[in-house]
Design a protein around this ligand. Structure first.
Ligand SMILES: [Zn+2]
Ligand SMILES: [Zn+2]
Length: 253
């Protein structure tokens, strides 16, 4: 399985528009972070986790030629606003399968009503085939995917486990029974927003404590704000098996 980190930044991305914060002015490429998303390539299939506002740029950067499914974590704008740009994939492949909680599907229908329209649809608009997911394993192309239920302040969010890889973003809290699903991971991806605590995201200290509890072979941090600091400086402070993800990083599991 190959995982590409398409974006590793928090909702505004880094640099933030108009900001003169030193991290926003950094020359280090790893300090430039698009909105969070990941591409998973497995057994000839390509799965996208979230489809945010930088989707077009991300697809061009990774040279992606097809998408077999989009898995949604939740409906916040930084995770969904790229859906219109699936058009090149739709023209080539037909309806694009999407998988999300029923609340997220409802929100997508509201935001992109023209995409979900069944009558008098504008021919240039893409079409998706929506699949409701609950907190129980589901199968796409013979591949089992295990949702992990998370809380993002009071909002329910899904993380996903695929074989020995798990991707959790926009998490603040998790129930013990959900942590049980994360046993024996080779790679865990989890959000770490900044140094200071935040009401809806893990900060660095909480993320490191969570990683210790889950005990994967390796962990990567994502959904990063400029308040976390420079990539180079922060990475030096991390345990040996924990890394800061950066845009376009590829890992093989
Ligand atoms: Zn987010
Ligand atoms: Zn969010």
């Amino acid at each position: 399985m190959k995982v590409t980190f398409l974006g590793t930044g928090t909702s505004q991305g880094i640099p933030v528009i108009g900001s003169t914060h030193p991290v926003c002015l950094s020359k280090d490429k790893r300090d430039k972070r698009l909105r969070v998303s990941a591409l998973i390539e497995l057994d000839g299939h390509t799965y996208l986790i979230d489809c945010g506002p930088d989707f077009r740029q991300q697809m061009l950067a990774c040279g992606c030629e097809k998408i077999d499914a989009i898995l949604y974590t939740h409906e916040h704008s930084d995770h969904v606003m790229g859906l219109d740009d699936i058009r090149p994939f739709y023209f080539k492949q037909g309806d694009i399968p999407i998988y999300a909680h029923k609340r997220v599907l409802k929100s997508l229908k509201k935001k992109f009503d023209y995409i979900f329209k069944t009558e008098n649809k504008y021919p240039g608009a893409p079409t998706v085939s929506p699949n409701k997911i609950k907190n129980r394993p589901f199968v796409i192309n013979n591949q089992e995917i295990i949702p992990i239920n998370l809380k993002h302040f009071e909002l329910q969010v899904f993380g996903f486990r695929i074989n020995d890889f798990a991707y959790l973003t926009d998490m603040k809290t998790i129930e013990d029974k959900e942590v049980e699903k994360l046993k024996g991971l080779k790679v865990l991806v989890v959000n770490a927003l900044r140094i200071e605590p935040h009401y809806s995201h893990l900060n660095l200290e909480e993320a490191l404590r969570f990683i210790k509890r889950v005990n994967p072979e390796k962990a990567y941090l994502t959904h990063i704000s400029y308040n976390l600091g420079f990539h180079e400086t922060v990475e030096k402070t991390l345990p040996n098996n924990v890394f800061l993800a950066y845009d376009n990083l590829q890992i093989t599991i």
